[in-house]
Design a binder for this molecule. Structure first.
Ligand code: 26Q
Length: 819
């Protein structure tokens, strides 16, 4: 037997209580009677992980034994959300734990509330990674997630006088019961220095990297439990630590301060998540982060996960490295370097292997979001990698030139190295040349990627481009977030839907069942009351369960068009105060926003300020009679999403067509029975096709119309001039109605809309208002609305991340479920 006889603690209430008290007394060192909520939470977390331990060790043993092909998911971000509830669900322990804690006089809900979520991601891309590893574990596909254990995750957002103020996210401060550090399994990652030519013992001319400095990468393992299937995969996040060399400096140099600074410098690498999720700045520390985790991961896989005698020519039979956007693309030259410099392969062999071992997912179309690294910086930090990239590019461009008869224009267009405004490596091109497959994240996005962003590459590499539409895990976003709906579904169609989400189709007939509709409405009302309790406690906000709950939660970005939503609210408000409508005649609505802005994104921060300004006025104007309310709880995160989304009636997905690659919030709302008001963009298109036009409020320009309007010359102010209602709304803002009469505060937002409006909010304003009027009227027909909401749930099973994973497996990875 490879393992000591580990067994899970007894799955009984008494067995659990024994284990829990043992953890509390012996692990935490406190008596039940004197323990704090945090003591109890930590003890509970450790107790629950005991139940997963045997499955984890067994999964690892079987994976090592079968040597089956698996996925190494490389992602700079994992936006995991709280772990406790998910671990309880995976083990099926929730009831036992609730009862056992009850016997100890402890409330499970209070302990769950104690957990600080690991916010190791910005938004969609990081949350997608978390959904994918959940699905792979649930589908028994071997996967190891690799990333960075940031000491500080996405900042905590607060508002001071309506403006965003960021605070450090000290998610580790109260203890980290879910992680397993393994300092003995550290990897060394080197940086800087120079390269030199030398003749190897076998007489071969080789290049060698003489690095300038190095850091240690310490792995922290996390369990990724499958849903009640006995599997537990691994998420391995790296922490940077100074090497002994740094420590030595401290003792040897008389300059203690300088020596400590050097140590701090090394440890800075995993200190903080970059809170930008577009217009990435070419910051050196960011490149250090990327190379740090990718180099540690590749070495870990090649030298530690694989058996000692593994023949690396067979690497593609064992692993596919999936690149979550371009952030880990430096892994391409790194694997080449490992194979050539460290494993002594020749170039052609190494390149043939590398091309089969990587696949690349693109998550954007915005040109400013495409990563480039200046040759200057890359050459200083990773000189050997730059050499390798140059050679990859040379050989690639030679093939292009050959195929296209020396077409120099095409050759320079396709070069991995950009020449202007400075020499820089285009990471998306490198990923596309090296990757076995390239995928976009929704049908439209994948199409535009081929047609607009990388058309030359699509032509050059037929069959390389594919689509996999994103998905979300129904375990977290339906079962955990919405227990009331889950129970209703299970009552109607039985169990099984949680791992086979297309079975939600069986709910369709229930849309016509009056009793079911009543129960469905009661679930929504229940979730609104639950949200009310959360927001009262968290922010002092109240939510009225008779209001239509209209929700826009996502990062603050111009292309997502939170300002369009603001213009709608201001228009509704203006209709009331001008006397055009009586408050009693409108559908009462509560608008909820959640949005963080990148700290350096000025206009985004102004928009946050504006939303808060509008809320302060609308919520306190007696003339509104409480029929409109604007709530903007700060610090939107996964934990809050789990409370907001199940309560929503209306999901706002109003990006300019062609700009939102997919969206995944849109899927979570539909699965929880909200109707979407949305543009023809990203995965909205697929949602609408599935739920049906009658159950979706479509508005706005189509992507080709957007292109045509840009081409013809877009003049936003002409829309302002020609639509009186738009003019009144913008004038109200400009005149200071939401800033105590101050006309300067929101002048940048107004000016941007009138004279720039890159994302055509004004062009879509009229269509949006008309669609919103239809929403208001439709909500008044309670039965029809509920029917539509039920059909949204019934027809959204496609958006399970289990389905996304099936598609990756079939189209890209070829990694069937193992044992
Ligand atoms: C890059 C370099 C330097 C600093 C930061 C970054 C960076 C970090 C995060 C760039 C982009 C991101 C995140 C992007 C993101 O979340 N994209 C979203 O991905 C979702 C999952 O595919 C899609 O649903 C969204 O449409 C897309 O916007």
């Amino acid at each position: 037997l490879a393992l000591a006889p580990v067994g899970s603690p007894a799955s009984s209430v008494d067995g659990f209580v024994r284990e829990f008290l043992r953890e509390l007394n012996y692990g935490q060192g406190v008596a039940l009677s004197t323990s704090s909520v945090n003591d109890q939470y930590l003890a509970l977390a450790r107790t629950v992980r005991h139940y997963l331990m045997a499955r984890w060790l067994e999964t690892l043993r079987r994976q090592a034994e079968t040597q089956a092909k698996g996925v190494a998911y490389l992602s700079a971000e994992y936006l995991l959300g709280r772990q406790l509830g998910n671990a309880l669900l995976a083990t099926g322990l929730t009831e036992i734990v609730e009862e056992g804690l009850g016997k100890c006089g402890v409330d499970l809900a209070a302990l769950r509330a104690q957990e600080v979520e690991p916010g190791l991601g910005n938004g969609g891309l990081g949350r997608l990674a978390a959904c994918f590893i959940d699905s792979l574990a649930t589908m028994s596909v071997p996967c190891i997630g690799y990333g960075i254990r940031y000491e500080y995750g996405i900042f905590r957002q607060t508002f001071v006088e309506g403006r965003q103020v960021e605070q450090a996210d000290s998610w580790l401060a109260l203890g980290a019961p879910w992680e397993f550090p393994h300092p003995e399994a550290a990897q060394i990652v080197t940086f800087g220095g120079h390269t030199e030519k030398y003749t190897d013992t076998d007489g071969v001319e080789r290049s060698r990297w003489v690095a300038g400095w190095k850091v240690k990468a310490i792995p922290y393992n996390y369990m990724v439990p499958g849903y009640q299937n006995g599997r537990v995969n691994t998420l391995r996040l790296w922490r940077a630590q100074a090497t002994d060399a740094f420590d030595l400096k401290i003792f040897n140099s008389g300059d203690y301060e300088e020596a400590v600074r050097a140590q701090t410098f090394a440890e800075n690498i995993s200190k903080v998540l970059y809170p930008e999720d577009s217009t990435p700045q070419g910051k050196e520390l960011r490149l250090q982060q990327q190379y740090f985790f990718v180099s540690a991961s590749i070495h870990d896989f090649v030298n530690s996960v694989l058996p000692k005698d593994f023949d690396l020519h067979k690497l593609p039979d064992r692993i596919i490295f999936q690149l979550n956007d371009t952030h880990p693309v430096i892994g391409v030259p790194e694997l080449m370097r490992v194979l050539i410099d460290e494993k002594k392969m020749d170039w052609d062999e190494a390149w043939a292997i590398t091309q089969q071992c990587f696949a690349y997912t693109c998550h954007t179309l915005l040109p400013e979001a495409l990563e480039v690294w200046s040759v200057d910086l890359l050459g200083r930090l990773l000189p050997r990698h730059l050499e390798i990239i140059y050679r990859i590019n040379e050989e690639f461009l030679e093939r292009v030139s050959e195929r296209f008869d020396g077409d120099q224009l095409r050759v320079s267009r396709m070069s991995i190295i950009a020449e202007h405004p400075e020499r820089a490596v285009r990471m998306a091109y490198l990923a596309t040349v090296a990757g076995a497959k390239v995928n976009g994240v929704a049908e439209l996005h994948s199409q535009l990627l081929r047609d607009k962003v990388l058309p030359d590459f699509d032509e050059f590499f037929p069959g390389k481009f594919t689509n996999v539409t994103n998905g979300v895990t129904p375990r977290r976003f339906v079962r955990l977030a919405n227990p009331a709906l889950s129970e209703l579904i299970t009552d109607a169609i039985g169990v099984g839907w949680l791992t086979d989400l297309e079975r939600l189709r069986e709910l369709e007939p229930y849309a016509e069942d009056e009793e079911f509709r009543d129960r469905f409405r009661e679930v929504k009302a229940h979730n609104k009351r639950r949200l009310n309790r959360v927001l009262v406690e968290r922010d002092g906000f109240t939510v009225d369960d008779s209001h239509l709950l209209d929700v826009m939660v996502k990062r603050l970005h111009e292309y997502k068009r939170q300002t369009l939503k603001v213009l709608h609210i201001v228009t509704e408000y203006e209709r009331i105060i001008s006397g055009e409508v009586k408050p009693a005649d409108i559908t009462p609505r509560t608008f909820i926003f959640g949005a963080k802005a990148a700290p350096g994104y000025k206009i985004a921060k102004d928009i946050i300020h504006l939303i808060n300004g509008v809320g302060a006025v609308v919520n306190n104007d007696k003339r509104v009679e409480g029929r409109l309310k604007v709530l903007f709880p700060p610090n939107y995160n996964v934990t809050l999403a789990e409370k907001v989304i199940p309560a929503a009636d209306l999901s706002e997905q109003i990006s300019l067509a062609g700009k939102e690659a997919s969206g995944t919030g849109n899927m979570k709302f539909a699965l929880n029975g909200a109707l979407t008001i949305g543009t023809d963009d990203g995965a909205n298109i697929e949602i609408r096709e599935l739920v049906g036009d009658d159950n979706f409020f479509l508005f706005g320009l189509l992507e080709p119309e957007v292109e045509a309007l840009y081409a013809k010359g877009y003049v936003p102010s002409s829309f302002y001039e020609s639509d009186p209602s738009l003019k009144r709304a913008i004038d109200l803002i400009a005149q200071g109605a939401f800033s105590d009469g101050d006309r300067d505060v929101f002048a940048p937002v107004v000016g941007n809309l009138l004279y720039e409006d890159r994302f055509m909010a004004l062009a879509d304003y009229r269509a949006y208002i008309d669609a919103q009027d239809k929403v208001g009227a439709a909500y008044a027909d309670t039965d029809a609305w509920t029917r539509s909401a039920i059909l949204n749930v019934a027809r959204s099973g496609f958006f399970s991340s289990d389905r996304s994973m099936r598609h990756y497996i079939d189209r890209i990875w070829h990694t069937p479920p193992a044992f």
